[in-house]
Write a protein that binds this ligand. Sequence first.
Ligand code: TXA
Ligand code: MG
Length: 319
Amino acid sequence: MTIIKNDIDAAATLLKNNQVIAIPTETVYGLAGNALSVSAVTKIYEIKKRPFTNPLIIHLADTIQLTKYVKNIPAMAEKLAKHFWPGPLTLLLPKNSSIPDIVTAGLPNVAVRIPSHPMALELLRKLPFPLAAPSANPFGYISPTSANDVKRILDEKIDYILDGGECEKGIESTIVGFDGDMPIIYRVGAISPEAIKKIAGKVEINTKHIVKPISPGMLPSHYAPNTSLYLTNNVEELLKLFPQTGTGILAFKNTYRTIAEDKQEVLSASGNLDEAAHHLYKALHRLDGLKLERIIAERVPNFGIGIAINDRLEKAALK
Ligand code: TXA
Ligand code: MG
């Protein structure tokens, strides 16, 4: 039985007892455990069925805590951290020996962020260790943005879900590493490349054409529903190719009259990309639950957080 509750003290006690539980963040729900405990971190990989070659992000309450776990914080990293933390920015920093190798899959850098969800922060402040937390979905599946979606996809595998309501951003953090003082985005996310460039003065994006992924968010198939997903700029055209029955639509702004309304999801009727990101995974979870033959998804405008929405849709789509 999985309990869904909003008791932060109970969550802290379970984590101190080496348990793995689901916690809310402003991006997506995380599957959290003590990052300094090899057995807790092992449980996370096992529950997620995630390969041990895919490292985890650690979550902290403040930057003072961070200095205990990294060798140094480059000036550019500090600049970005000052501006975007707490928030959906993950930085790749050189880890010291207090972080077990299993957390970083043997890599020299550890991914870290300070989340802005008030309950996540309050929980982290109660703990004497950072929390390793990947998104709380089975490996390769759609990330959850509500306690109920966590329960549906991980039920029986965890005992406790800390309920923090719906995740505000709805899409994962932006992962940034450094080459000297050049910030490099390895996974596009809730903070747009434009926003990072505005603070850093420069930015590179390196999320494609990597044979051995530095970050599995780079893997071609990820964030995917069980239902076949087709991605298009023109829903009308694709609708002509398929029978109406068995077809669902994940649209940006409009509904389509040939398809029943309960088989459609509109990400933002007003065309607001933040709202679209907030609804994305919830909409995918619902459509996938209908057990349709196919989902036709519409690309969104490719700027701001829309870049991350399109990235996730491309990875969810059939190749
Ligand atoms: O918004 C988020 O980042 C959410 C919430 C829960 O914080 N977490 C999340 O974690 O999306 P996960 O594990 O689903 O995705 C983390 C990504 C993976 O693609 C992983 O490969 C990459 O971060 N990553 C983690 N540690 C890394 C490292 N040391 N070097 C390179 N990439 C790393
Ligand atoms: Mg994930």
